[in-house]
Design a protein around this ligand. Structure first.
Ligand code: PLP
Length: 396
């Protein structure tokens, strides 16, 4: 099946076939065993069958199969949130006296979790600008147990060469995990480039309607799946069947939404590039983006996230956010509605100021997520909000 067909048909249940077209919600916390012997066999793993929803559930399985198929991976593990997926992967590979190499400009909490919670458990972390893969190689130590990259990265839109990172990780026998939230499997499938584990916040493009929080881990093979599954089951950050059903509904239109959103983003990037109130622009689809060639090679499209700087620094950015009428001032991304936010005071406020600037997250950086509205309405809205800088804000 091709991508758009997979998004709609993969994961549909074959069991209990009443001819249903949509996957039913199996809203049951526990499952009965036909006999004591069969119950024991399910626990022993010698017989297929459900036991308890934290360990497995048909609706959740359908979603896991769908996303794993779209990523060309072995299997998926659905989680309560994207952060549950990330911290479960951390916990599966990291422990006392181990070390992780991570992209510096990752989703804020992915970094904070390492610097606070995992540090308390004796894990050390080195954050590097992984857009130059040699920085990953330089940071690897004998005790490095995981390489974690995010590409495109939040919120700078820096791109890491997945194949180059995978080659380095493989050479050292270390698994490579990729946060693929910004691209979605429709635009980028890290396992095809050598990654071992793919992580998603389903909250974003995969669900796509700003109404569910969820996450997913997809592994390349069975051994990695078997290593992560018990960690997820014991830490308990698993998904609920109703949540899985909502995401199954959303994922079917991922290709349509992604095509529209990225077409809107390309138009918006061209508009912002020539706008007098915009000082710089990071969008991987522009040939002047420093990793444009890598993005072109490893992605099927450039996505729908744009980061830009405005005249007047932080005040200018605040003016834009307070003057938009159609863009919604909110964190998150990947929904059908276009959003705008300010990472330095919102999503990345947990990072120390110097680390933030080192990671390229400037005070004046404004991040937008293009949705599926008519582009002319979006252009008019941002234009009037940017022009408000001239009258109300900043030193422009
Ligand atoms: C939102 C996000 C996360 C966290 O996901 P939640 O579903 O909010 O827990 C992780 N990584 C990236 C890139 C994100 O955008």
């Amino acid at each position: 099946m091709r991508k758009a067909t997979k998004a709609i048909h993969e994961g549909k249940l074959e069991c209990m076939d009443f001819g249903q077209v949509s996957v039913p919600i199996f809203q049951s916390s526990t499952f009965s065993f036909p006999t004591a012997e069969e119950g024991a066999a399910r626990f022993a793993g010698t017989q297929e069958g459900y036991i308890y929803t934290r360990l497995g559930n048909p609706t959740i399985d359908a979603l896991e199969r769908s996303v794993a198929a779209q990523e060309n991976g072995y299997r998926g593990l659905a989680t309560a949130s994207g952060m549950a997926a990330i911290t479960t992967v951390y916990a599966a590979f990291l422990g006392k006296d181990t070390h992780i190499v991570s992209t510096d400009c990752v989703y804020g909490p992915s970094r904070t979790a390492l610097e606070t919670i995992f540090r308390r458990f004796g894990v050390e972390a080195t954050f590097v600008d992984s857009s130059d893969a040699r920085n990953i190689e330089r940071a690897i130590r004998p005790d490095t147990a995981l390489v974690f990259i995010e590409t495109p990265a939040n919120p700078t839109m820096r791109i890491t060469d997945i194949a180059a990172a995978a080659t380095i990780a493989r050479l050292h026998g270390i698994p490579l995990a990729v946060d693929n939230t910004f691209a979605s499997p429709y635009l980028q499938r890290p396992i095809e480039h050598g990654a071992d584990i793919v992580i998603h916040s389903l909250t974003k493009y995969i669900n796509g309607h700003s109404d569910v929080v969820g996450g997913m881990i997809v592994t390349k093979d069975e051994a990695l799946y078997a290593r992560i599954k018990p960690v997820l089951n014991h830490l308990g950050g698993t998904m609920d069947p109703h949540q899985a059903w909502l995401v199954l509904r959303g994922v079917q239109t991922l290709p349509l939404r992604m095509e529209k959103s990225q077409e809107n983003a390309a138009r918006m990037a061209a508009f912002l590039k020539q706008h007098p109130m915009v000082t710089w622009l990071n969008f991987p689809g522009l040939p002047e983006h420093p990793q444009y060639d890598i993005a072109k090679r490893q992605m099927d499209g450039f996505g729908a996230m744009i980061a830009f700087g405005v005249r007047g620094g932080l005040d200018g950015g605040r003016t834009v956010m307070n003057n938009v009428r159609l863009f919604t001032l909110a964190v998150s991304l990947g929904g059908v509605e276009s959003l705008i936010e300010h990472p330095a005071s919102m999503t990345h406020a947990g990072m120390p100021g110097t680390a933030r600037v080192e990671a390229g997250i400037m005070d004046e950086l404004v991040r937008i997520s293009l949705g599926c509205e008519d582009i002319d309405d979006l252009l008019e809205d941002l234009d009037q909000a940017l022009n408000a800088i001239r009258t109300d804000g900043g030193d422009a």
